[in-house]
Design a protein around this ligand. Structure first.
Ligand code: NAD
Length: 377
């Protein structure tokens, strides 16, 4: 997917042009919410409900401007349509942003006010955690809004989603190994994991159990020590620059976005890239550079869908085994993307977009319009 990035000052002022007049827009509904008493300013963007109620998290962030917040909501909501479509969910894409520094303005009253706005959409949008919001926040939102997921187990939720996110990334990596080396295993491969936080450390465990040789790096020394203590066979390097230049078969970015910039792609020794981080491609065109260098890139939003699969499953009453079985399908989806990429002569990131668009186009024929079954007449 192309990011919604302004190319000129004039364009940057015209978020409405993006929405109504560009191929990056076309969102079904955008809701601006305000509650002056609590300081809530929020944007809820529903990109598509073709596959079902829009599902996506709530980002709480101190945006530089309201326009930037709306643009981010539009971009993130669009991304969720693609992610949910390829995760095989009966959900369209949506996302909300709350404008402001969460450390300064997040209160229970603000979250409750936000919950009332989400509830006012009658189930067309289902919310969850994102950057700046946590399981405990969703517990609060859920008091006003039944269309809330990502809650704590004590409140009927599934809790931390990183377990299934890591499992899904591992499945995507197995698919890439099969394409690159003929067998769906990382046994005997050298895998570099950048970022061993919530997702990265579970991924390391899968890799070790599969017989891979694992090298890690993290800016937090405590995280490195915890993992090398648990798995003494895992080695660590000082930083990401050293990691990507080390001899690797697989590079797994599991820290921040933008991990695959021109310099990194040129320096990579790995021939597979598959990790949890969102928005790994630093700019359009990187996916082609990777392909030109013979590096197989497993699209981020496909392999890191375990988390959204988990929150979608929570809505049905969470069953870990059922959710895990669904996340295991990330293996087949990733393989299908690599096959489509080879058949169409395009990079896997473009093939993923095509498959997602195909699924949404097919669903548009159903006319469900995102209205949840329980309120459909
Ligand atoms: N948690 C989920 O379920 C989930 C789902 C989908 C996508 N993701 C994405 O996966 C990535 C990791 O998520 P997480 O939940 O594990 O986050 P996290 O914050 O728990 O872990 C990130 C780790 O990366 C480290 N890090 C940050 N900058 C670094 C750098 N420059 N070099 C090396 N290490 C660095 C941090 O110290 C931290 O240990 C994020 O991009 C997130 O958006 C997470």
């Amino acid at each position: 997917m192309t990011d919604v990035r302004p190319t000129s000052p004039a364009e940057s002022e015209s978020v409405l042009h993006t929405l109504f007049g560009s191929e990056l827009g076309g969102h079904e509904q955008v809701v601006l919410c305000q509650d002056r008493e609590t300081g809530l300013k929020a944007v809820i963007a529903l990109h598509s409900t073709a596959l079902g109620p829009a599902l996506g998290g709530t980002r709480f962030h101190a945006y530089a401007s309201e326009e930037e917040a709306v643009r981010d909501a539009l971009n993130l909501a669009r991304g969720m349509s693609y992610k949910n479509a390829l995760a095989g969910l009966e959900h369209g894409g949506g996302k909300a942003v709350i404008i402001g520094d969460p450390d300064a303005i997040k209160t229970e009253q603000l979250l409750l006010a936000y919950g009332r706005f989400v509830a006012s959409l009658g189930g067309r949008y289902v919310t969850a955690c994102d950057v700046g919001t946590y399981v405990r926040d969703m517990d609060v939102v859920a008091r006003e809004c039944r269309w809330t997921t990502g809650r704590s187990p004590e409140n009927g939720g599934a809790g931390d989603s990183s377990v299934l996110t890591a499992f899904g990334v591992f499945q995507g990596m197995r698919a890439a190994a099969r394409v690159q080396w003929g067998e769906p295993t990382l046994r005997g491969r050298r895998v570099g994991v950048a970022g061993i936080g919530k997702v990265g450390r579970y991924l390391v465990q899968h890799l070790v159990e599969d017989g891979a040789e694992v090298v890690v790096t993290d800016v937090k020394q405590a995280a490195v020590e915890a993992i090398t203590e648990k798995f003494p066979q895992v080695t660590a390097v000082s930083d990401v620059d050293v990691l990507v230049r080390a001899p690797l078969d697989v590079y797994a970015p599991c820290a921040l976005g933008g991990a695959l910039d021109d310099e990194t792609v040129a320096a990579l020794t790995a021939t597979v890239v598959c990790g949890a981080a969102n928005n790994q491609l630093a700019h359009p065109g990187v996916e082609k550079d990777l392909a030109d260098r013979g590096i197989l890139y497993a699209p981020d939003y496909v392999v890191n869908a375990g988390g959204v699969i988990q929150v979608a499953e929570e809505l049905k009453g969470f069953d870990f085994d059922r959710a895990k079985a669904k996340a295991a399908k990330i293996y087949d989806t990733t393989l299908a993307i690599f096959e489509r990429a080879a058949a169409d002569g395009i990079p896997p990131a473009a093939a993923a977009d095509r498959l997602a668009e195909q699924r949404m186009a097919e669903a548009r024929g159903t006319g469900s319009a995102g209205v949840p079954r329980q309120v459909r007449q």
